[in-house]
Design a protein around this ligand. Structure first.
Ligand code: SIN
Length: 289
């Protein structure tokens, strides 16, 4: 399945051999006509990679992937991460985990089982976060549990000049502590909790395009700034990042595969009925080849 003529506006200049269409005005592209179990040529892979870099999120629907097929496809982009935190969501293959509320023998089979999640980018609390996250839908609730993406390229481009100059050269501390960091400002960052200060504006490692790099879920404060000033500024910045015009909301269907770029997007999750099953398989690309 290759040498498909491109036609969509989201189509990348080098991606004329795949067919794409935009998901939203500023973020996301759907790639059509691929079966990811096929042996995709290097040329098709480069077109997919280019589309991912430029659009932040790619969607490929209607897949039928077992663990090995998902790992094989993800590995074409780079080295896969091992699962960072101990939980029941590990699979027998390193680098595969489940995001799920399903229980087997009374135990959760996955991480992040239920509930809403604020906007964040994966692993922003470590020095070298994974560049991409791939999520494949196996079982989805009848309503809710949507994943919502925000373009941090567009949010940077459209940041008002006064805010741009306030964060110029600044770093923000990101913390992995959902209860006590971003959601409860004013509390101390607890000892031993993973945290790392990243520049608030980062150039994408593949394209050089600038993106905002901080988020409501995990960013605790701006380094070196008075706490109340930092809290007030972050609140304005989070509100800016999460404006509707920067977003794409994905309503999942089984067989959907999404790959998002943690360098240029944030994602959040909407609430869903905890009594309904949700099972997603996740692989993360730590660094690109
Ligand atoms: C995540 O934040 O990685 C989970 C996204 C989701 O469950 O939709």
């Amino acid at each position: 399945m290759e040498a498909i003529q491109g036609s969509g506006p989201a189509q990348a200049s080098r991606a004329t051999i795949i067919q794409t269409r935009p998901l939203a005005p500023r973020i996301g592209a759907e790639i059509l006509g691929l079966d990811l179990r096929d042996d995709l040529s290097a040329q098709v892979l480069e077109a997919i990679r280019d589309t991912w870099h430029r659009n932040g999120v790619i969607l490929i629907r209607g897949q039928s992937l077992d663990e090995a097929a998902q790992v094989k496809f993800a590995q074409r982009f780079g080295d896969l991460g091992k699962v960072l935190h101990a939980h029941e969501g590990r699979s027998s293959l390193p680098g595969v985990m489940y995001i799920s509320n399903v229980r087997e023998n009374g135990k959760l089979i996955g991480a992040l089982p239920d509930g809403e999640m604020y906007f964040h980018s994966d692993q922003c609390y470590i020095e070298t976060p994974s560049v991409g996250t791939m999520l494949y839908a196996m079982e989805v609730p009848s309503k809710g549990g949507d994943t919502i993406f925000a373009s941090m390229f567009a949010a940077y481009d459209e940041l008002p000049d006064d805010l741009k100059s306030k964060i110029e050269g600044c770093k923000a501390l990101n913390v992995y502590d959902y209860q006590n960091a971003a959601t409860v400002r004013g509390s101390e960052v607890k000892a031993g909790v993973p945290s790392f200060a990243h520049p608030m504006v980062k150039a994408h490692s593949a394209t050089g395009r600038k993106a905002l790099y901080f988020n409501r879920l995990m960013t605790d404060h701006i380094v070196g700034m008075d706490k109340s000033e930092s809290d007030a500024l972050l609140e304005r910045l989070f509100d800016h990042q999460e404006q509707e015009r920067f977003l794409y909301r994905h309503v999942w269907k089984p067989g959907d595969l999404l790959l998002w770029d943690n360098r240029s997007t944030l994602h959040a999750r909407s609430d869903f009925d905890a009594s309904e099953r949700r099972k997603m398989r996740r692989t993360v690309v730590v660094r690109e080849h």
